[in-house]
Design a binder for this molecule. Sequence first.
Ligand SMILES: Nc1ncnc2c1ncn2[C@@H]1O[C@H](COP(=O)(O)OP(=O)(O)OP(=O)(O)O)[C@@H](O)[C@H]1O
Ligand SMILES: [Mg+2]
Length: 274
Amino acid sequence: MNDRSDVRIAFINQKGGVGKTTLTLNCAVGWARLGFRVLMVDLDPQAHLTLSLGDSLTDASLERIENSTIEAALRREKPLMECIFEVPAEAVSLVPSHIDLSGAEGELSQELGRELLLRDALDTLDDSFDLVLLDCPPSLGLLSLNALAAADEVVVPVQAEYLALQGMAQLMKVITLVQQRLHPGLKWNAVVPTMVDPRTRLSREVVEELRRHFPDQLTRTQIPSRVKVAEAPSFGLSIFGHDPTGPAAGEIEDLCQELIERLSLSIPEPDTAI
Ligand SMILES: Nc1ncnc2c1ncn2[C@@H]1O[C@H](COP(=O)(O)OP(=O)(O)OP(=O)(O)O)[C@@H](O)[C@H]1O
Ligand SMILES: [Mg+2]
């Protein structure tokens, strides 16, 4: 363990469309509002996180973005520091992704130490950030392994729908293997039910099933399905930018607070709060 002060959190689930990217962005902004300096890293070749913030990046950033993505940093063509973009509207920062990352994943898989490329890149950062959130792709390939090897904590969003637990056993196996072989310090303290509809029996049953399987990890905060949450990215905004006073923003605030406790995050001094 080195003496860095940031906490790195991987938002991971190899199942697609469970709310990883949405939760990464909304938690990032929720924590930034509490005074944390937050960097998000888009590790998905679909680049949904990057695209959903497109309207909030400055024109100068958009011009520069193509050659300054997470791919350039993983290939060591650019220092990671030069691939960080500020999102002024939301007071967070982003390392963007690009579709080319899928090709890079194949090429990088030939390299010695291929699982540690992200950790090495993050270790080059100075102490400008308190939290680094890693938005993983829907697979357990090399990019997700890099996220697990770099992370201190794992947050698993699970959509409260039919087959929600499908793949969870495989994910747990991979987390255990990473702990055994690469990174004994990796912790897994949060399973977050997403897109919950408390009116449906199915949704309630899935949450109960999650509670049975993951009694220690399941968060008491559930993230309901809300139209405003789904809409926000089309404005390049988080839920706080799009509907700051609505119920969804309050739910994310609750989750951010609960994760501060679960993950033992130290709240920044009040004078650094924004
Ligand atoms: N709480 C929510 N309420 C309503 N819609 C939501 C909510 N969370 C996510 N969504 C919507 O569900 C879809 C999938 O969400 P998201 O892209 O965050 O999932 P993901 O796990 O990152 O997907 P992928 O595996 O493709 O990366 C998106 O259209 C998003 O707007
Ligand atoms: Mg995603």
